[in-house]
Design a protein around this ligand. Structure first.
Ligand code: DC
Length: 234
């Protein structure tokens, strides 16, 4: 009898614009796992707050955002073409809006709010409960799934990350200014790493992937090796 492969939880944490989602999606596609973008959830809450005037100019009104939390419903539905999950906010597809510059500039202050984090962590745990999931974010291996079977911490130089983000914006036809992208990345790194609630840090048992000089294909070769080893150990 052939042994059925156990469906594990894989966490992919790291700095912004490291290529976490590209990498996590590729892994999920290869293993037939579900991909969950936890950053999209923080972005959706930020979009809601911006629309209500509860955030803006790099600040967030903690009290009113917490008060509004019961009104925020975030769901994912598979995209008809790619099959990857697309983000919905209160039933509205917001995948494009949550990537806008205004959201990127206000998402860090919104994600420092402990009650926002508690609510989203609950949702993330529910989505990952059955295993067979690749989830990317900042605190997935440390807080959301501390017992995950395979944890990866991604990093790349700030210049490489800014260049990738800049090219991504250009390819989507969105306004792009390299210096502004660089500033936004540094500022998000600073806030994400220094905040009190679940700061970005590598879990002790996470494997580091520095992809500054790696192509997506090389990263997959690296991953397959790691996955094979880990599954043979368990
Ligand atoms: O992965 P991303 O750049 O789309 O995430 C957007 C922001 O959300 C990021 O600046 C920090 C926050 N975030 C977080 O605090 N915790 C997570 N697990 C994921 C994202």
């Amino acid at each position: 009898m052939t042994k059925r492969k156990k469906k594990i939880i894989i966490t992919v944490d790291g700095y912004s614009s490291c290529g976490k989602s590209t990498f996590a999606k590729a892994i999920a596609g290869e293993l037939g796992y579900i991909y969950i973008d936890s950053g999209a959830m923080y972005r959706a809450v930020t979009l809601f707050a911006l629309r209500r005037g509860l955030a803006g100019g790099g600040t967030a009104d903690e009290g009113r955002i917490v008060e509004a939390l019961p009104e925020i419903d975030i769901t994912f539905r598979p995209d008809r073409q790619t099959g990857f999950p697309v983000t919905y906010l209160n039933g509205e597809m917001v995948e494009r809006e949550i990537r806008d510059r205004e959201v990127s500039e206000n998402v860090s202050p919104v994600s420092t709010i402990a009650r926002v984090r508690a609510r989203l962590v609950e949702l993330q745990r529910a989505l990952g409960a059955g295993g067979g999931v690749v989830m990317d974010g900042r605190d997935i291996g440390t807080v959301v799934f501390p017992d995950a079977e395979l944890k990866i911490f991604m990093t790349a130089s700030p210049e490489v990350r800014a260049q990738r983000r800049y090219l991504e914006l250009v390819s989507k036809g969105l306004p792009a200014d390299f210096e502004a992208v660089m500033r936004n990345i540094s500022e998000r790194d600073r806030i994400d790493s220094s905040r009190e609630a679940s700061p970005l840090r590598r879990a002790d048992d996470a494997v580091i992937l520095d992809n500054s000089d790696m192509t997506p294909a090389e990263q997959m070769v690296w991953f397959r090796e790691l996955y094979k080893r880990r599954m043979n150990e368990s």
